[in-house]
Design a protein around this ligand. Structure first.
Ligand SMILES: [Zn+2]
Length: 100
């Protein structure tokens, strides 16, 4: 089981109480723990991007297009931990892939 490979950094919400950005995924309703995190490294971003490609998530693919290859958009992409783990769930991605 590698569905728990979530090692992303937690991004502290600024003191103003304003979120740095909204959750880019928003595949679920606001989780109770709505702390936003961002990709920690290339690997983290790539597995996230891979899920976005399979799901055809335009907002994420647009960001991927806008950044240089072999880099990752730290401080540009934020999401909820819960959203990410659902978004990148391998079991779900497999179902989407096989139904294409
Ligand atoms: Zn979310």
């Amino acid at each position: 089981m590698d569905e728990q490979s979530d090692t992303d950094n937690e991004v502290p919400i600024p003191p103003s109480g304003v979120c740095p950005s909204k959750c880019i995924i928003h595949c679920v309703q606001e989780p109770s723990n709505n702390k936003l995190i961002s990709p920690k490294d290339m690997l983290s971003w790539q597995s996230f991007l891979n899920a976005a490609k399979i799901r055809g998530h335009k907002a994420i693919l647009d960001i991927a297009d806008a950044i240089p290859e072999n880099s990752f958009p730290q401080e540009r992409v934020y999401y909820h931990r819960d959203c990410r783990s659902k978004f990148t769930l391998k079991r779900d991605l497999k179902v989407i892939k096989s139904s294409e």
